[in-house]
Design a binder for this molecule. Structure first.
Ligand code: PMP
Length: 399
């Protein structure tokens, strides 16, 4: 029998330190019931921790389209896209995506994580500079690291800081400057100042990439995203989005000028060296895209929920941002306290997961509530009552 690797004691130590710090991550079996209910250890709970914002993951049209594609074209794709995996259904989906986003072309990529990793590392190199909001998603941070570009991280949504950094970089001989931002920030639910970013991009001759993971499907005409909602879509060079959230399926896209997409076929390693998405996923996404485009009623229901829930939390002394995204953090601060609050919510039949550092900055552990169009008002009332109860029980100062 082989011996234990010599670094195993270090791993054990680190795991026990994480445990003590209230930061250990673990998996909890979670069964989906009829939305928005799920089960943990047999207990039903209202799910306030889902990215399935429009409820499309279980929409019969999406499920049937996925099932049909599975029956007709099998369980898996034969290979990567550049070998024999370029199913005509994917080409058709990409044409529909480009039309929806109003760009010359679009490319489907395996997941949002892979898209950010691949696009940034394909387009940027040591000769380039990239300006990234401090609260951007981990996949953007990792893509920038992999690219080797000089990274400037600007304070969250702070355009003065960004401009100072752009000025600092001027004259340093960078080949390109890229500005990259989430449109809706995944752990805060607030929105990037895209108009101001578009102005700075113009002024400093930069390229602008926007991650609409939490904006697509939820904002803008036909759910095109925040950039369209704010009327600055044409200033965005690379639109990125996922099918894993409002679309309720899996996978991701980028939409951009044809040259960028052609470049991805040559250089985007997370696109080139991986198997194409399975037919059922493509079939599901295709049906979901139509529902997203025609889903204004779902978006209205979701935004109404978001405004209502934000007001109720605000009444309870929880600070909420005015932008009505479906992501609503309840910042607790301490890691142990955030886990205890999550547990207390679950005891009251509400699933609100605790998010702790390093996913969020030190001292800002939180419950990340996320809403769905398919919630009923009484589900949200139950959550508000649970929050009120917990705030009372723990004492307002300590939560
Ligand atoms: N970007 C953002 C802003 C996200 O929140 C996420 C998912 N948490 C991703 C990218 C990654 O998307 P996916 O889950 O499709 O890999």
């Amino acid at each position: 029998m082989m011996g234990k690797p010599p670094w195993m004691p270090e791993i054990k130590d680190e795991l026990s330190q994480l445990e003590q710090a209230g930061r250990i991550r673990s998996l909890f079996p979670t069964e989906q019931g009829t939305e928005p209910v799920l089960f943990r250890q047999g207990h039903p709970m209202v799910n306030l921790s889902s990215n399935n914002y429009l409820g499309l993951a279980s929409h019969p049209t999406v499920v049937q389209a996925a099932a049909r594609a599975l029956e007709e074209r099998g369980a898996g794709a034969p290979s990567s896209r550049l070998i024999t995996g370029h199913d005509p259904a994917i080409a058709e989906l990409e044409a529909a995506l480009a039309q929806w986003k109003g760009t010359e072309a679009a490319l489907v990529i395996g997941s949002g994580y892979l898209a950010n990793l691949g696009v940034l590392s394909a387009c940027l190199s040591r000769r380039d500079a990239v300006f990234s909001d401090r609260l951007n998603h981990a996949s953007i941070i990792d893509g920038i690291r992999l690219s080797g570009a000089t990274a400037y991280r600007y304070r969250h949504r702070d355009m003065n800081h960004l401009e100072r950094l752009l000025q600092q970089a001027d004259g340093k001989g960078f080949r390109q400057k890229w500005i990259v931002t989430d449109s809706v920030f995944s752990m805060d639910g607030d929105v990037a100042p895209l108009k101001e970013l578009a102005d700075l991009k113009e002024q400093y001759g930069a390229t602008l990439m926007v991650d609409e993971a939490h904006g697509a499907g939820v904002f803008g005409p036909q759910g095109k995203g925040v950039a369209h909602h704010l009327g600055v879509a044409d200033a965005v060079d690379i639109h990125m989005g996922t099918f894993s959230k409002a679309f309720g399926v899996y996978g991701a896209y980028i939409a951009a000028r044809k040259e960028w997409i052609d470049w991805m076929l040559q250089r985007c390693r997370s696109f080139i060296y991986t198997t194409a998405l399975p037919p059922a996923v493509i079939g599901g996404i295709r049906a979901s895209l139509e529902l997203v485009q025609s889903g204004q009623n779902l978006r209205t229901a979701l935004l109404d929920h978001s405004r209502w829930f934000r007001r109720r939390l605000q009444d309870l002394g929880v600070d909420t941002d005015p932008f009505p995204s479906p992501i609503i953090p309840w910042v607790i601060g301490d890691d142990h306290a955030a886990s205890a609050v999550s547990q207390a919510l679950q005891e009251r039949g509400v699933l609100g997961v605790a998010i702790r550092p390093p996913t969020v900055p030190e001292g800002s552990a939180r419950i990340r509530f996320s809403l769905m169009a398919t919630h009923r008002r009484e589900d949200l009332e139950q959550a508000v009552e649970a929050v009120a109860d917990i705030t009372g029980a723990f004492g307002r100062e300590s939560v």
